[in-house]
Design a protein around this ligand. Sequence first.
Ligand SMILES: Nc1ncnc2c1ncn2[C@@H]1O[C@H](COP(=O)(O)OP(=O)(O)O)[C@@H](O)[C@H]1O
Ligand SMILES: O=C(CO)[C@@H](O)[C@H](O)COP(=O)(O)O
Length: 572
Amino acid sequence: MASQSPLYIGFDLSTQQLKGLVVNSDLKVVYLAKFDFDADSTGFDIKKGVLTNEAEHEVYAPVALWLQALDTVLSSLRQQGLDFSRVKGISGAGQQHGSVYWGHEAETLLQNLDSAKSLEEQLETAFSHPYSPNWQDASTQKECDEFDKVLGGQEELAQATGSKAHHRFTGPQILRFQRKYPEVYQKTARISLVSSFIASVFLGRVAPFDISDVCGMNLWNIKKGAYDVEALKLCAGKFGVEDLKKKLGEVPEDGGLHLGPVHPYYMKRYGFSPDCTVIPATGDNPATILALPLLPSDAMVSLGTSTTFLMSTPSYKPDPATHFFNHPTTAGLYMFMLCYKNGGLAREHVRDAINESLKDTPSQPWANFDKIALQTPPMGQRTATDPMKLGLFFPRPEIVPNLHSGQWRFTYDPTTGQLQETTEGWATPQDEARAIIESQMLSLRLRSRGLTQSPGNGLPAQPRRVYLVGGGSKNEAIAKVAGEILGGVEGVYKLDIGDNACALGAAYKAVWGMERQAGQTFEDLIGQRWQEEEFIEKIADGYQKGVFEQYGKAVEGFEKMEQQVLQQEGKK
Ligand SMILES: Nc1ncnc2c1ncn2[C@@H]1O[C@H](COP(=O)(O)OP(=O)(O)O)[C@@H](O)[C@H]1O
Ligand SMILES: O=C(CO)[C@@H](O)[C@H](O)COP(=O)(O)O
């Protein structure tokens, strides 16, 4: 009976909201509920989903907020008419790197969840520390320096763990945590990632880490498929490796593993069936590449709070400037990633400055930004002899490159190679609409060019397709500039699901985990059911001869500009 056909839920616990998205076995979305942390929560003094301690560059989120969000999203799905008894599998996507510190009572509290009470009410005391360090945190420079040295250098750490040390990575965060709060660390029985936290709450016991998301810790040796003992030793400090290993737990290799049935709390409170199974939740970026059957020649740009650039690839070529993760479902594949802190919020700053300068509050807040960005010629060159306008726009400290917050504006003459730091000729904020999109896309092109190949016919190396996802993927001005800079022989596409790609990828992971035949890969199962004409839409041209090559010159200026800024700011 069609009405009894199975359904699957994917949760996306991101920086600014929790989403719950329900699909059927044909991969079609049938329900969606959202909880916006700032707008919908009660009792938390958060801004953009987080709290900050500027003095120490700390950014963190209250874990109880996420529990409030989970119950509310489930209630909202019920109100929409979802029959939870049809849900056969649950998976999730969590903002990466964030850690949750469970106290010694946690397992008992999780096991004994009472359906008469909310999750927030009964799990508030399950944590040894009420906050989860957020990926935007920049408090761990000292710990990163130690991690970078632990295997010899940044290169070696990247070779082993897929990344050099980064402020937000969980290993450096745990190291700082155990030093700053030694008593709390001692009272911590288990540490979850945000992804395994989602799975834990549904299972009613602490769930293991996911094979892909564990690579965001600087603790997992990707080549060995095991924790890196030297990194663990550093991270555990005086508390010892064995104790830390217990806190972290095992890491199963199978991303489609059946972790167990959903806890009876959800059966009694929402009507889940006892055979609804929890499948490992992964990081939000690994989940995003599961939103479609991505080919190794395709690129995805996720325009969320952060900007990330993602590719699925069989090559493992780690470099201190990039990230490699295990693929979330398919052994032998990896996920390549670039991650920028100054994504959506940085673009919003320019958008707001433009609206303010025009004394306008349009009903579509991006209308002026988009119009101006599209009216501005590439690199702000109104005539062929004008210099290119290049800038870095970092309201928050940036990851790529590792730079403090600030704004830098330059002009660059590609014929002479002359680069000058100047605001002369810049109309501020108008010129910044196109310049900020260009700056973000040029950085992606600069750092991903080693992984792209020529599609043939004498064309330059570039992706086959560029898929845009995340909140910013609705924006056609951004899509147009993305295509001009990144190329893409077949064009720039957005998913019909818009900004919900990572919740969708999580739901697809649950479908695959529950419905796969023995040995069937994710790509095979999803590829067979995927309906291209219904699920994606071409929104901009990709490769345009001439424009792409001109932006190639801009990439050279961009690289020079970054080096100059890094050099001059390093001296300050
Ligand atoms: N029309 C739009 N144009 C550009 N950016 C947008 C638009 N709508 C939303 N955004 C951006 O999307 C971001 C949120 O993206 P989303 O993927 O939902 O967030 P998260 O990172 O929390 O998952 C916001 O920071 C906002 O700047
Ligand atoms: O730190 C990273 C990736 O390394 C971020 O991409 C986070 O995973 C959170 O992203 P949003 O979905 O909130 O933008």
